[in-house]
Design a protein. Sequence first.
Length: 345
Amino acid sequence: MNYPISGRRVLITGGTGSFGQTMVRRLLANGVAEVRVLSRDEAKQDAMRRVLGDQRVRYHVGDVRDYDSVLHASREVDHIFHAAALKQVPSCEFFPLEAVRTNVLGSANVIEAADRNGVGSVVVLSTDKAVQPVNAMGMSKALMEKVAQSYARNNPRSATVVSCVRYGNVMYSRGSVIPLFIEQLKAGRAPTVTDPRMTRFLMSLDDSVGLVEHAFQHARPGDVFIRKAAACTVGDLAEALCQLFDVPAKLDVVGVRHGEKQDETLASREELARAEDFGDFFRVPVDARGLNYALYVSEGDFGLGAEEDFNSANAPRLDVPQIVDLLLTLPEVRAELALRDPVLA
């Protein structure tokens, strides 16, 4: 972490999740004065409190849907990482208004509370499913991005910098497919695959945290930072895990779930047309024009868009041996393998 964090106060919404816990540890290791964790689950907060045992972590039971609880948790805070969200695609398909209440209205509460309390920066976490969305979760995340960008557009002189980060599947995060496959393999079952040809981006938790840290340090109001990533088919991912756990590569194909796409998109061609390429990521600046479009008739940007989107079908494709190597970089996977063979510990 190469930005000045010593002596600062940071709030992480959804702080008991995979990202939140990793971010808390990173902040504590770099001299933060205080980390506040806002979440609804007091049991997870209690477990986290006992594991960390650090007096600099303050736990707030609350919900981003409730403006007052966010306002209270963000008092005298310097920075906010907004990770609280409903993330499960099928459940959001059955309860879309719940996704709106948490992912859209909850995010608006976080941004409004940050503005009222004079917070220096807010980084909101988005997903590849927000691009050309076909499911309620992705639609709500797309609207979350629009809420963040509209704040920047409508408050150009605000002292609060609001930006977004967007990335694909975080490997071994809570609710992701890798721990599910491992549990199935340990139980002697074949991995349940929706469609072996389905493609998804793969990214480590450290990479996702690194993107948030970059946004914290470099973001301008309304920026969207998009992490580039390699992709693979779901079938190859399951086969790689079968190889690691030394079981036959037999898959249980169960069919596509509610709201799932065959491929995911990290950046649309319209975004790529105005994006800055920084190697490992794109920066997409906010369109800061006002509503008086007549001013731009003769002085506008008429450049053509990129030829195609950046999606998991045309991204660099990992084969099974490459996926095996990538999985072995995950501490959780190595720990599971060590239970089977202590030599691997």
